[in-house]
Each structure stands twice: as structure tokens, then as C-alpha cells.
Design a protein around this ligand. Structure first.
Ligand code: SAH
Length: 340
């Protein structure tokens, strides 16, 4: 019989598995703590569990961990970019960033991506598979082990579309929350999978929703983000309003500025028309140049920001971290695929 991936079990699921093995429910809580609070990586380290039961556990369950294939450390600001190997040979990326308010880890949710955004490196070679909850958690645990720094906040902004792996991402969030990590310290970024935004709002998990907007008219957005041909801006904005109404969490809109595509005064005015009066935050990001793509960084980021601010919009320019290792999202995995 195939072994069960123990790190992907919620406390409730783990409890029923442990009870089936004839042990009391409190054992499950002890094991859960070893896995998700003390974050051990071998059953033998569970010192308050008998050796005999540890033996049974290691037959029934597997305890997967990720392998660091590559680690790039920024000399400018200590940002660390990891390329993690998965047990089927795939690879994903995480980025550990130091902010004044603590350490933030950007994690991947899929191997590759099927969303097809024109400017993104993660989607060029398509989608391979969804990550398991254990593989999303593993990115946090391995980066903590490797760096010796606790992860204080998590952003689901690495490779993949989190809402296209909805069930595993929600399970990941539940386990994270059961381990004592407040989901208020988690941001989930989506290109705009509207039906799943509604489902997420219903769950009231408390996560911040980041919406990758990048253009404020259907014509411009559909040209760079295929998802907009499925869910247009009107439909997306209604889902965002619903998320805010149901959760009370202010939406954060991501807007990567691409020279000549979405960085002119006309684009700023379109964004003002779309978001004016909404209780939201706009994150402006100079686009990361991807070597396979033609897009160039905008030279008018500050001009764009000023125009939004003058109209009363809350827009900030994201601080660039790890500029010297700033391979665009998905680029490290692509280089690895290409060279192996
Ligand atoms: N699929 C999700 C999360 C992963 S991408 C989403 O679309 O939101 C994380 C963020 O990086 C998104 O806002 C995405 O649009 C942005 N992004 C992708 N490629 C980029 C690039 N080359 N430069 C700047 N931002 C990019």
C-alpha cells in the first residue's frame, strides 16, 4: 500500500488516521506539533512517542522534504532565492526576503503555470502539476532550516496560480493556521480566477487577496493576460468587492509597469477610473525583464505613481529586493530545465 504523505494531513485527518492505528487522539496532536511546530524531518526525532509506535508511523506514512538544488544569496540585502527539487524530479522556487516587519517567504503553488500571462517566465513551458500541501509547507520549513530565520509572513506569489490549485492551497492554509501561524500574515496572489475568489471569500480564512491587474481596460488586459478573456474586468471587480464585503480585508492590486504597454498617462487615468473610490492598495512594480520576452521595464514608474496619488489612490512602488539575484519569477527553474 502506498504510504500517506503525513505533512499534507490536517489535524483532523491525522487524528482519524492515528485513531485507526489504535492510539488515542492526543497522540495525533503531539505528532502534529512535531511536524508543524517543531518542524522535525525524521520520525526518530519524536522523543515523546514510543520507538515502537514511531516504527509503525514510518511504515504507514512518508515524511517528505524538499532538496535545495540551488541557493542564490543577494550581496545587497540578504534576500535568498531557493530552487527546490521535488521527489519526482520537478523543481520550484521560493524567495526569502528581510523586511523591517520580519522575514517574508514567497512560495510556489504549482510546477509551471497554465495561465499564459505574456510577461511571466513561469508560464512559458506550461503547467506540469499541482503542488501538494506538504510541498508548499516544505518550502517554508526548508528555508527556515537552511537560513536559521523564522518565516513571519508568507506570500503565495511564486510559480503557479494558487486558485488553480484551490483544494491543496486551502488545505495548506488550514494546516498552517492549525500550527499557530496567523493567516493574517498570508497574502494570496491571483491573476483573477473569479469563481475561486468567491469560494475563497466564503471560507473567511483572513488571508489578504492580491489581484494581478496590470491593465485597467479589457482590451489592454486581454492582450497580456488570457484569463481576462474568460473573466472580464467588470466580473473581476464584482468578485473583489464581494471579497472585501465578506472578509473586511482590503484588496491589494499588483500593477507591473511595462514600457509602452501600460505605463502611459492614459493607462494611469484608466486605472483611476477603475479603482477610484475603492478601499484598496495598488502595488506598482517595474516589470522584471524576462530574457525570452520582449517586454522592457517602464521608465515612468514615479510619474505613473504621482498621477494615481494626485487622484487620491493609494499607490506605492514596491521596494526591489535582491536586485543582484533578481532573476524574474520562474527564471531559475527555467534555466535549470534548460541546462539539465
Ligand atoms: N499566478 C499568481 C501568482 C504568481 S505571479 C498571479 O498571477 O498573481 C506573482 C506576481 O508576479 C503576479 O502579480 C504576476 O503578474 C507578477 N509577475 C509575473 N511575471 C512578472 C514579471 N516579469 N515582472 C513583474 N511581475 C511579474
Amino acid at each position: 500500500m502506498a504510504q500517506i504523505d503525513i505533512l499534507s494531513l490536517s489535524l483532523e485527518e491525522l487524528t482519524s488516521e492515528i485513531c485507526v492505528m489504535g492510539e488515542k487522539g492526543f497522540r495525533a496532536k503531539q505528532i502534529f506539533d512535531w511536524l508543524h511546530v517543531k518542524k522535525i524531518n525524521d520520525f526518530s526525532q519524536m522523543s515523546n512517542i514510543s520507538a515502537q509506535f514511531r516504527g509503525e508511523l514510518s511504515k504507514k506514512f512518508c515524511l517528505n522534504h524538499l532538496i535545495i538544488k540551488k541557493r542564490l544569496v543577494s550581496r545587497v540585502d540578504n534576500t535568498v532565492k531557493y530552487l527546490y527539487g521535488l521527489k519526482d524530479g520537478g523543481a520550484v522556487e521560493s524567495v526569502l526576503m528581510e523586511y523591517n516587519h520580519g522575514n517574508s517567504l514567497c512560495v510556489s503553488t504549482q510546477v509551471g503555470c497554465k495561465m499564459g500571462c505574456e510577461f511571466c517566465a513561469s508560464t512559458i513551458a506550461g503547467w506540469v502539476r499541482n503542488l501538494e500541501p506538504s510541498e508548499i509547507l516544505g518550502q517554508i520549513y526548508e528555508s527556515e532550516r537552511d537560513s536559521g530565520k523564522p518565516v513571519d509572513s508568507v506570500v503565495l506569489m511564486g510559480i503557479g496560480e494558487p486558485l488553480d490549485n484551490f483544494d491543496n492551497v486551502v488545505k495548506f492554509l488550514r494546516i498552517l493556521s492549525e500550527s499557530g501561524f496567523s493567516l493574517r500574515r498570508v497574502s494570496l496572489s491571483t491573476c483573477g480566477v473569479v469563481d475561486k475568489i468567491y469560494e475563497l471569500a466564503e471560507l473567511k480564512l483572513g488571508v489578504t487577496l492580491s489581484v494581478s491587474l496590470h491593465a485597467a481596460t479589457d482590451e489592454k488586459r486581454s492582450a497580456i493576460m488570457p484569463i481576462n478573456r474568460r473573466f472580464d474586468l467588470n466580473t473581476l471587480m464584482r468578485a473583489c468587492d464581494d471579497y472585501f464585503d465578506k472578509t473586511g480585508r482590503r484588496i491589494s492590486f499588483e500593477y507591473s509597469l511595462i514600457e509602452g504597454v501600460n505605463d502611459g498617462d492614459d493607462s494611469a487615468d484608466e486605472l483611476i477610473r477603475l479603482l477610484g473610490g475603492k478601499n484598496c492598495h495598488i502595488n506598482l512594480i517595474p516589470v522584471n525583464e524576462v530574457k525570452e520576452r520582449e517586454f522592457r521595464k517602464s521608465k515612468s514608474v514615479l510619474r505613473f505613481q504621482k498621477r494615481l496619488n494626485a487622484a487620491g489612490l493609494n499607490a506605492t512602488v514596491r521596494r526591489t529586493l535582491g536586485a543582484d539575484i533578481n532573476a524574474a519569477c520562474g527564471q531559475l527553474r527555467r534555466d535549470d530545465l534548460f541546462n539539465s
